[in-house]
Design a protein around this ligand. Structure first.
Ligand code: HEC
Ligand code: HEC
Ligand code: HEC
Length: 279
């Protein structure tokens, strides 16, 4: 018997109602060979592109069946046959997830012009798509289509390279040092940490190109002129002892810099790291 590794994600903490008992959802980990059909192991995202074709083929068959266009049906069923079979060719373990016999049946009904049975068979094929997606799709997307930050190096305040995570930890420390100093009316400490934060964000900004390449827009969007202006204004408000204004500016920076970037990058990265099987 084959053991299927299962990841348990527990969703608790619905405190508002004791009627909610602990709930857990099961996410199965996909077969490891799937990695071979994604970058960087493969030159292309082969698995994903097979999926896009399957969806197009299913749609074409559904629409041509309604028109009873036999030639077009034949063409698209041949393509569906090829791609549906590819699922099992690529991942033999997943042959049990699909029903290969449904394709010759589909072909037969299409030849007979039996559009009702064509529709029924398509529905049965669709069910195999949906069942697999329910168990595996989100995990596969998180594992194989989200980038890793592990190999990225960023300069620290002393100019020596450290990891992306270390940069994040230091950003967080600078932000909190500013907030603590403002709270305690310690102007010099607040000014020093503000200046460190600006340098750390500038160093972080130099790493955007490791994924975004020559596209300058992503850096501008989050760390560009508007952010630099806010950091400059912050220097002025701290210098003049305008504490409330400084705190408000910090709140704005946390949203427009940290949270905005985390929403596109960190959420998926955290999910990926949680799901990634230990190597
Ligand atoms: C690239 C856009 C980006 C920006 C801008 C950004 N972060 Fe992050 N942050 C990330 C990513 C990605 C991760 C997850 C890194 C990983 O898992 O390796 C992360 C993780 C973190 C972590 C967790 C680190 C750990 O040890 O797990 C903290 C804390 C953090 N960020 C704080 C901040 C603060 C504070 C700011 C704003 C001053 C900020 N970040 C700005 C992308 C960003
Ligand atoms: C044995 C498992 C399995 C079967 C069967 C399967 N898929 Fe998928 N499919 C996946 C996985 C895993 C993903 C996630 C891929 C990713 O995000 O890179 C996916 C993703 C997709 C996507 C991409 C969704 C998106 O917009 O990101 C489409 C479209 C799709 N499948 C269509 C189909 C169709 C149509 C069928 C049936 C004819 C089918 N799939 C059968 C596993 C399966
Ligand atoms: C490890 C890879 C990686 C790094 C490093 C990275 N990003 Fe991204 N970023 C992505 C991916 C993937 C997307 C989503 C697809 C896309 O838009 O390219 C994205 C999307 C974005 C978006 C939304 C799309 C857009 O163009 O408006 C912004 C903004 C962004 N990144 C900013 C940044 C900034 C700022 C940095 C550096 C501080 C950064 N990214 C570093 C991978 C990365």
């Amino acid at each position: 018997m084959k053991f299927v590794p299962v990841i348990f994600l527990t969703l608790i903490s619905f405190n508002f109602s004791s009627a909610f008992a602990e709930q857990s959802i099961k996410l199965k980990t996909p077969p490891a060979e799937l990695e071979n059909w994604y970058k960087p192991a493969n030159k292309r995202q082969v698995w994903l592109h097979t999926m896009f074709r399957l969806r197009r083929e299913m749609q074409a068959i559904e629409e041509y069946a309604q028109e009873n266009n036999k030639d077009a049906l034949k063409k698209w069923i041949t393509r569906l046959d090829k791609d549906y079979n590819k699922i099992a060719d690529m991942i033999p373990e997943w042959e049990k997830e699909i029903k290969l016999r449904l394709i010759p049946e589909l072909e037969m009904f299409a030849e007979k012009g039996d559009s009702i049975r064509v529709a029924k068979t398509l529905k049965m094929i669709s069910r195999t798509c949906n069942d697999c997606h329910k168990s595996y799709q989100p995990v596969v997307t998180a594992l194989y289509r989200s980038p890793s930050y592990d190999d990225i190096k960023i300069k620290n305040l002393e100019g020596t390279p450290h990891s992306f995570k270390d940069n994040m930890d230091e950003l967080s420390k600078s932000v909190n040092r500013i907030l603590i100093a403002l709270d305690d009316k310690n102007k010099q400490a607040a000014l020093l940490s503000r200046s460190n934060l600006q340098k750390q964000l500038d160093n972080l900004g130099n790493s955007c190109t490791s994924c975004h390449k020559e596209d300058a827009y992503p850096r501008e969007r989050i760390l560009g002129k508007l952010t630099i202006d806010k950091l400059k204004t912050l220097e002025t408000t701290i210098s003049h002892g305008r504490i409330k204004e400084s705190q408000e500016l910090m709140g704005k920076l946390a949203v427009t810099v940290c949270a905005r970037c985390h929403n596109t990058h960190r959420i998926v990265s955290d999910l990926r790291n949680t799901l990634m099987p230990a190597k």
